[in-house]
Design a protein around this ligand. Structure first.
Ligand SMILES: [Zn+2]
Length: 100
């Protein structure tokens, strides 16, 4: 299965893919109306809101998850952004969270 290279959302259906370029596939949430990849800040904020609303995690914990998640993704490895600097989950904590 394909995953969004900017937020790791599973791209189960073709309509979830909003953009494909040299970096890979991007989901509809990571691309704006002009077909530009959103800023790191916007994608980070969206991810944090997701974990707060869907999983009821406290804000600081949600931020640590999203920061770790985005740091591991190919797009942000190629486009390092200051917004991903800060506290994040360890590899161990991250693995535990997603291998339930
Ligand atoms: Zn995405």
């Amino acid at each position: 299965m394909k995953f969004c290279v900017a937020c790791s959302m599973p791209l189960e259906k073709e309509e979830f893919i909003a953009l494909h370029n040299a970096d890979g596939d991007f989901c509809i949430y990571c691309v704006d109306d002009q077909k530009q990849v959103k800023s790191c800040e916007d994608i980070f904020k969206g991810g944090v809101e997701y974990f707060i609303n869907e999983e009821n995690y406290p804000k600081e914990y949600a931020e640590k998850i999203v920061r770790k998640n985005m740091t591991l993704l190919p797009y942000w490895k190629n486009n390092p952004s200051a917004c991903l600097k800060g506290e994040m989950l360890s590899d161990e904590e991250f693995k535990k969270l997603f291998c339930k």
